[in-house]
Design a protein around this ligand. Structure first.
Ligand code: FES
Ligand code: FES
Length: 163
């Protein structure tokens, strides 16, 4: 199949590549860019392990062709910590509140939670559960993920108040 030229920004860096139009964004990220944090947990768009952020929205990257994100601004789990390695409040809270076990859902879950807290900085428990309902986890039973997101929301609002 002939390749098409794609251009986008990924984690703040300009990316240009040739890719077959049928290439799914998740495969492009993992196989061409070696960003192997986003995972593949299904083939029916349910699990959300592949969740990345595209132009300010959480998107399941298994359900998008690479050509559809031409010119877009993409963030993956690899782009969420500070460049100096300091974890984002959401990442830190997942660690502190044991919001992960095998870690397979975690890149998608954190990328989603990161966007959720920008959409709704003070979510209720119900809003958190609904807000991550596109992300499945087989290990945690979700409870500690909810706690982690609540803690991150508090931490971020304290930070914002201090600024
Ligand atoms: S891999 Fe399951 S929703 Fe994308
Ligand atoms: S931590 Fe294993 S699937 Fe969520």
């Amino acid at each position: 199949m002939s390749k098409t030229h794609v251009k986008m920004t990924v984690n703040g860096k300009a990316v240009e590549a040739l890719a077959e139009p049928r290439t799914l964004l998740i495969h492009f990220l993992r196989e061409e860019l070696d960003l192997t944090g986003p995972h593949i947990g299904c083939d029916t768009s349910h699990c959300g392990a592949c969740t990345v952020d595209i132009d300010g929205k959480s998107v399941k990257s298994c359900t998008v062709f690479v050509g559809q994100v031409e010119g877009a601004d993409v963030t993956t789990i690899e782009g969420i910590a500070q460049p100096d390695g300091t974890l984002h409040a959401v990442q830190e809270a997942f660690r502190q509140h044991h919001g992960l076990q095998c870690g397979f859902c975690t890149p998608g879950m954190i990328t989603r939670a990161w966007r959720l807290l920008q959409e709704n900085p003070n979510p209720t428990e119900e809003e958190i559960r609904y807000g991550i309902s596109g992300n499945l986890c087989r290990c945690t039973g979700y409870q500690n993920i909810v706690k982690a997101i609540q803690a991150a929301a508090e931490e971020l609002s304290v930070k914002e108040a201090a600024e």
